[in-house]
Design a protein around this ligand. Structure first.
Ligand SMILES: [Zn+2]
Length: 141
């Protein structure tokens, strides 16, 4: 009998966890976080005597669904198409986006010119154009 009650409690707990985990992003209470990619940005300028600009960012979720949310101007400026990270939605509104990987590193040898440690020539790529010395990974910070 005790075993049966234990199973019953376990099943109820599982159901509660499942239910709370599936709360809609538009739910009034609490915040939801999910992996997302910035897939589009747009500005909506409404004219008249006072021009007002509204900013919208579309996020693509892991399940390929898309969600367009209004954001503030400074947030709009911080987000770039292709950014991957964790989207936070609270009460159906945009509540933050934390990038979890940059699309390319500033130290990427294929993108940024760097100086050959052997001959001092500036070049891009993984092997010096002048003396064939391979590019060395900068020490991790
Ligand atoms: Zn060199």
């Amino acid at each position: 009998m005790i075993f049966f009650i234990a199973i019953l409690i376990f099943v109820i707990c599982k159901a509660v966890i499942k239910y709370s985990g599936e709360a809609a992003p538009g739910a009034r209470s609490g915040a939801n976080e999910a992996n997302a990619v910035v897939c589009a940005k747009r500005m909506d300028i409404s004219g008249g005597e006072r021009t007002s600009v509204h900013y919208y960012v579309t996020f693509e979720m892991e399940d390929a669904s898309r969600l367009e949310l209004p954001v503030k101007g400074f947030e709009y400026g911080r987000l770039a198409e292709g950014d991957r990270g964790v989207l936070r939605v609270a009460g159906g509104r945009f509540a933050g986006f934390v990038r979890n990987e940059s699309r390319f590193s500033a130290a990427d040898p294929d993108k940024a010119a760097h100086r050959c440690p052997a001959c001092g020539a500036a070049y891009t790529g993984r092997v010096c154009d002048y003396c064939d010395t391979p590019w060395a990974e900068p020490a991790a910070k």
